[in-house]
Every structure is written in C-alpha cells, then in structure tokens.
Ligand binder design. Structure first.
Ligand SMILES: Nc1nc2c(ncn2[C@@H]2O[C@H](COP(=O)(O)OP(=O)(O)OP(=O)(O)O)[C@@H](O)[C@H]2O)c(=O)[nH]1
Ligand SMILES: [Mg+2]
Length: 770
C-alpha cells in the first residue's frame, strides 16, 4: 500500500492559508477563498515514492478539528503574514509550543505569506521557483544566506532563535499566494521532508551522520560489494546508479564522485579500484549536507531500509512461508560461495580463523537489537557478543550455517538478507529461492520415494544430492528426559577433533534478544562439516560437502534424517517410552537407540530384551551405550551410531522386509519379480562382501579404494546397494584394538579420536557425485 503523507497548513486567521492551498492546486488566486478548503489528495508522484499526499487546511476557530489535524499531520506548514508582525510573534508564543505538545514526530516549515506586499519583493523572479527565497541546511552550517533583500535578512535574524528552540523546524521561506511565488517549492520541500527526512540520517548538533545511518550505509556497501574486496569498483558503483536511479553511470559522474571524496582530504576513502566503505559514508554525508538526503534514502530504500532506518526482511522470508511440511530447505550453492567469501574477507589476520571480533564484525550490519551477534552465539555474562568465544575455522563457519538452516530456515534466510546477500539476480533478493533450495522432506510420497527413503533421508538421496554444494543431515536426539538429551549434545560438542563441532543458540533468535546469563555450555545443536578431497589430490573440496547437525527435539513434527531414541537402562518407564516413541515413528524414518547404563559402573548390563527384539525386528543396530561421565567415549558412541545407521549396512535386510510387506498387498506376478530382484540384490551384496572379506588385507588406502570400486560396480547393477559397500569401511574402523572381538556395534563405538568417519562421508560424497 502506498504511504500516506498528510500536510497541514496552519497559522493565524487571515494569513492566507486557504489562499495558498487554493492557488497551489488551481493555479489561480481566489478572489474570495472559502474559510476552510476541503482535504485535497494529490495524484501519486514517482519522485515521492508514489506516496498519497493529502493537503489539509485549518482554521484556528475550530479547535477540535485543528487539534485532530495537528496530531495526524506528517508535516505542518506554519503560515504567518509578512505584513502583520503579530502573526509572526504568535508563532513562537503559541503555534510552535502547541505543535510541540500535540505531535512530536512532525516536521514544520515556516512560510511568510503575502511577500508581494513587502518593499523590495523581487517581482521579476516571481515565476522562477529556483530563485525563491529559501534557506536550508547550508544556512545552519553557517553558509552565507543568499541576498534577497532587507526583508529576508531581517527574517533570518528573527527566525534563528526559533530554529534553536524548536528542532523540528526544517526550513523557512517567503511565499506569495497572490503572485503564485514559491508555492510549489514550499510544498515540494514539505513533502520531501517527510519522505526523505534528514533527522534520522544527520545530527544537526554534531554536524555529522548519525551512528545508525552509518551502520545502514555499511550494509548498503555490503549489498553492492558482492565480490567482497572491500572496495566498490566502477561496475559495482554502476549497479548502484542503475538500480537506485535508473541511470547509466558515466565516467565523468564517477570522477566527480571521486573528487567529492578526495576533497575530504583524508586517506583511505578511495583507492585506485574504487570507494571504500568509509568513502561511501563520506559520499553519503556529502549528499545529506548538500540537502540531497533523497539520494541517500533512495539507495537505502533499495536495500530494504524504511524511513526509520529499520531493516525489515521481506515478508516472503517469514515463518509462515517457510514452514511447509513437505519440503526441507538447504542453502543454495551461491550462498555457500558468498559465505566462503565472507570468511576470507573478514579473517582480519589471514590465519584461516575468524576470531570472535572478526565474527562480530561480520554481523556488525545487523539490526541494532542483534548487532554483532551470530545466530549461534551463546552470549555469556562475560560478553553479550560472545567475544570470549574461541576462533573458528572455515569448516566450523560452514557447519554453523548448516546448523542454522537445519534449525531455522527463517533465521538463516533473514540473516543472509541482513548480511547483504543479494544473489545473482537483484530483483529476487526478497525471494526465498534466492537463498534456499528446496528438497522434498523425508517421507513416503510414493512407492519409489518410500524405497529411496528407507533408512536414509533426503540428504543422502543420490538424485537429490546431485547439484547441491552441500547436504545437511539432521539428527534428532529424542528423550522425555531433557537432561539426557543435553548430555548427548554436550558430549558431541566436546568430541575429539572438536574443530568440527559448534553450538547454536536458541532457535527463537533473532526475535527474542533477551539473554540468560547463566553461561550454560549445553548446546541446542551440534554441527559437523565433512567434505572429501578430490581424487586428483589437489586438495580441493569434493562436492557436496556433508553437514551433520545433531539437535534436540523442540517441536512435535520435526523432520529428521535420523532419530536417536535415548533411554535409561535402569528405568523401565524410560525403556517403554523409547519403544513407544519408536513405534510412533513412520516406517521410513531412520532411527537408532542409545541407552544410558546405570550409574554403578562395572561391566555393561545386557541389553533389555524388548529393545533387543525391536532392533532385530527393524533391522537396526542394537542400542549404543552412552556414558555421560566419559565424554570422549560418549561422543564416540553417538558418532558411531550415526555412522552405522546412516551407513546403514542393515539396509538390505530392512529393505527386504519392507518389500515383503509391500508384496503382501500387491498382485502375485509383481511379487515374483520383486522377490527375484531382491534375491539377486542380496546375492550381489553377499558376493561383494565375501569377495572383500577373503581379499587382500592390504593397507587401508588400498582397502578403501577397493571399497570404492565395489560401490561403483554394484551401483551399476542396482543403485540401492550403494550403502552396502560402505559397510566395508565401517568394518575397517571396527577392527580397531581395545574391544576384544566384541560385537560389531561395540567396535563401532571405539572410533579413534581423529574422526575416521570423515572418510566415510568423503566416500559418500564420492558416490553421490558419481
Ligand atoms: N496581498 C496578498 N494577499 C493575500 C495573499 N494570500 C492571501 N491574501 C489575502 O488574505 C486574506 C485572507 O486569506 P485566506 O486565504 O482566507 O486566509 P486564511 O488564513 O485561510 O484565513 P482563515 O480561513 O480565516 O483562517 C484574503 O483577503 C486574501 O485575498 C497574498 O499572497 N498576498
Ligand atoms: Mg481559510
């Protein structure tokens, strides 16, 4: 909806208020003007952002009407008559204090009407609005006033005390309704003062831009410095010119802008390549000082600021639009590139790490209430910006973002908007598709999808994974006991090689900015980034990168690739709750149990029979032990669960069972074909496994390479066998010392501290690309 701007004309009786409005709109001076002209709405002007401007007349006699209009006016033109001194005196005695009382937000223009009655009135210049007797910000900065006769100079002297006392007075001007002088200019400036106000940008007292305006210009800079070299070069400046003013930036325009900034006499504002952020700030200050605030506003509006310098994300990025249950969002490849560029740009000492101050700098262009705070910062009492947080490397940086997306697509996309990510197509900056790609959520949409979903969610879907720069797998840790969940997450966040783990603050960010200062170290989620290295040994990252985000369940209907069901071995209620939770999951949902053994210690108790049979029935690994007092093994256990379940070497079994169920409800000829196919498939897998187990037990690199071969050859005959080849890699890790030939799940728990399962993910990345 177009913005409403209400301009009120007020002042003493008979100063010519009605005549001014009448003459402005009809272009003729009325012989006998009506006492009060009806409200007049002007047609929308592009220049005024298509705002709907309403002109309101008033009469001091009708107090009620006057008070109403004073309260709602965006701008007040306060008229006195230059041939009646008392009407001027009345401004300071009555009108200005009244306005101050009734409306603190309005701006005021003082108009001395009937200028035609003064001696020395420049009649010859009457029709030229450029020559009107106006005086603006220059005057306040001490520039000499243009000499338009004695009357005007006298006025300057008289108005000065009013300007000092009433800061909402924007300007004053002499007009004449009878001679139609300066009327359009008066109204133009009045409306402009509402649409492009100076006060949010400029502090008259300190004669400088306000801090909030400087922040806004910094974000403007980010929006256009998309190559993140810290300089707005010619093509980036041209983009501004084109987007904001629909004009081509000529070489001489650019040169004159350069001269303005160079004229500032300070170094570092402009380089050979273009304008630095300080240069842009200087340029904007220049425009405001030159009474061209509209130039600055045009640019700021284009990047999403409103007249209060508030940055509101496009409505398309709001919760309602992003909560479609049928899809899962991931960041677009262009966004990952943007984030990588940010990392490099803000790594101030180029050590490959963003320290807390660097991170705060990245987020320094956020709205005031969350400025400097990353969505994952858990502010402690020590520092509300989390400046005591450790430095993060690029993989952690990405893992944080993966978490943010997995936990809240709204936060992630709004955040990118705040950081000035505009994408390749400027017009789409307010479009969700600019930030996120959308993949179908794990769930049974059709038979084919079901088959593909079995045990593995959307993230590892080979078809959907293709073309993504990164895949995020979401693992929900579920238990009625919230402390137990927290234990698991804390254990994960302290896992060895913890370079890969991060924490994220409450998903209520950024709207809820209250911070509880308990300094709790329990994360709501922990993320890892994994990526392979390309086969050619160049060290480049293989695409897609894999992110795993472990999160506590914070809503009933969350989508996850894997659900970890947590229970207390010693508590029958807890076991039953876990089993119930397991039964409540849809059949295609990947899942695993984690148990917390009794505190007493000693040898691990045998697994509860009900859980054991459930695992057997579902074809999932037996429960993993999690010992919170032993953080490292706990973390390894949790990681092992994920590896084994996502690796899903039980796939063929569960697949067979699933298909058997499906067969029961399909025609017999179809069943026969499927049964044959499944049989063949299992035989193929069995053969591969047998071949592998009897093959050369050479060095691990060779082993892993042959695993890849197996994956490829089997993959050709049947895609679904892919995960099975990973079993070999899992077994490889399983044959580590320290578990005395115990069952495989125990071996899996004993992952060495350097995260060998990274290799697994790398392996996946490879198969996904194939
Ligand atoms: N010389 C001269 N006379 C003017 C000018 N503008 C208005 N007048 C005269 O001033 C008188 C009052 O004009 P109005 O427009 O009725 O003044 P107002 O402020 O609306 O008065 P109220 O409605 O009574 O409050 C009329 O006789 C106009 O002709 C002007 O620019 N020059
Ligand atoms: Mg009137």
């Amino acid at each position: 909806m177009a913005r409403q701007v209400r301009v009120l004309v007020a002042g003493d009786d008979g100063v010519g208020k009605s005549s001014i409005i009448f003459t402005l709109v009809s272009r003729s001076f009325p012989e006998s003007p009506p006492p009060v002209v009806h409200d007049i709405t002007l047609p929308p002007e592009h220049y005024f952002e298509n705002a709907e401007v309403t002109l309101m007349d008033s009469s001091p006699g009708d107090e009620e009407d006057l008070n109403t209009k004073l309260a709602i006016a965006d701008c007040i033109i306060l008229v006195y008559s230059v041939d009646d001194d008392a009407t001027f005196e009345h401004l300071g005695e009555y009108w200005l204090p009244l306005i101050e009382e009734k409306n603190s937000k309005t701006t005021v223009f003082i108009a001395g009407n009937k200028a035609d009655t003064t001696s020395g009135f420049p009649e010859a210049e009457a029709e030229d609005p450029e020559q009107d007797e106006s005086k603006g910000a220059q005057e306040r900065k001490g520039d000499a006033a243009p000499d338009h006769g004695e009357a005007y100079l006298a006025l300057v002297e008289r108005v000065e005390p009013l300007l000092q006392r009433f800061r909402f007075i924007v300007d004053f001007i002499h007009v004449s309704a009878a001679c139609e002088v300066a009327l359009s200019d008066l109204f133009f400036k009045a409306i402009d003062s509402v649409i492009n106000p100076i006060s949010p940008l400029f502090d008259v007292a300190s004669a400088d831009l306000k801090p909030e305006a400087v922040y806004a210009i910094h974000r403007l800079f980010r929006c256009y410095d998309q190559d993140m070299d810290g300089v707005l070069n010619k093509s980036e400046m041209s983009k501004i010119q084109q987007r904001c003013f629909d004009l081509v930036l000529e070489e001489e325009d650019l040169e004159s802008l350069r001269q303005v900034v160079v004229g500032e006499g300070r170094g570092g504002l402009v380089t050979d390549d273009g304008f630095t952020v300080e240069g842009l700030v200087t340029l904007c200050r220049h425009f405001v000082e030159e009474n061209k605030a509209q130039v600055v506003w045009k640019m700021l509006r284009q990047t999403g600021f409103d007249t209060d310098l508030k940055l509101t994300p496009p409505s398309a990025l709001s919760a309602a639009r992003l909560s479609d249950a049928g899809v899962v969002f991931q960041l677009r490849p262009a966004v990952w590139d943007f984030l990588d560029r940010i990392f490099v740009r803000f790594d101030s000492n180029k050590d490959g790490l963003l320290d807390a101050a660097d991170v705060a700098e990245v987020f320094s262009v956020l709205p005031r209430s969350i400025r400097g705070r990353s969505p994952w910062c858990t502010p402690t009492s020590a520092s509300s910006l989390g400046l005591d947080a450790p430095a993060i490397d690029q993989r952690q940086w990405r893992a944080y973002w993966a978490q943010t997306v997995a936990l809240s697509t709204v936060v992630a996309s709004q955040m990118l908007f705040y950081l000035g990510f505009l994408g390749d197509d400027f017009e789409k900056a307010s479009d969700v598709a600019n930030y996120l790609t959308c993949v179908p959520a794990p769930g049974p949409a059709s038979m084919t999808q079901r088959r593909r979903r079995l045990g593995i969610g959307y993230g590892l879907d080979s078809r959907l994974g293709r073309g993504l720069a990164s895949i995020t797998l979401k693992v929900l840790v579920v238990s009625p006991d919230e402390d137990a969940v927290r234990d698991v997450l804390r254990a994960l966040s302290q896992a060895p090689g913890s370079g890969d783990c991060c924490k994220i603050s409450s998903s209520s960010w950024p709207h809820d900015t209250t911070v509880d200062g308990d300094g709790s170290t329990s994360p709501d989620a922990v993320g890892y980034e994994h990526h392979g290295v390309d086969d050619d040994g160049s060290g480049r990252h293989a695409e897609p990168r894999i992110h795993v985000v472990f999160a506590a369940q914070d809503g009933p209907s969350q989508i996850a690739d894997l659900v970890l069901l947590l229970y207390e071995e010693a508590s029958d209620a807890s076991i039953r709750a876990a089993l119930d939770a397991c039964d409540a999951l849809p059949p295609w949902q990947g899942r695993a149990f984690i148990r917390r053994p009794p505190e007493s210690g000693g040898p691990p108790a045998p697994c509860d029979a009900r859980v054991e049979s459930k695992c057997l029935k579902l074809g999932i690994p037996e429960p993993f032990d999690l010992r919170p007092e032993d953080q490292e093994s706990a973390a390894n256990a949790a990681s092992g669960v994920v590896v084994s379940v996502l690796g899903d070497h039980h796939m063929p079994k569960s697949l067979a069972r699933f298909l058997a169920r499906t067969i029961a409800s399909t025609p017999t000829w179809y069943s026969a074909i499927i049964a044959l196919a499944v049989g063949g498939l299992i035989a193929a897998v069995g053969y591969e496994l047998w071949k592998k187990s009897t093959g050369d037990q050479g060095d691990s690199a060779k082993e892993s390479a042959s695993g890849r071969d197996a994956s490829q050859s089997v993959g050709k005959s049947e895609k679904l066998v892919q995960p099975t080849s990973l079993l070999d890699d899992v077994s490889m890790f399983g044959s580590l010392p320290g578990n005395g030939g115990a069952e495989e799940r125990v071996k899996l728990c004993q992952l060495p501290s350097r995260h060998p399962y990274l290799l697994l993910f790398a392996e996946w990345a490879g198969t996904l690309r194939a």
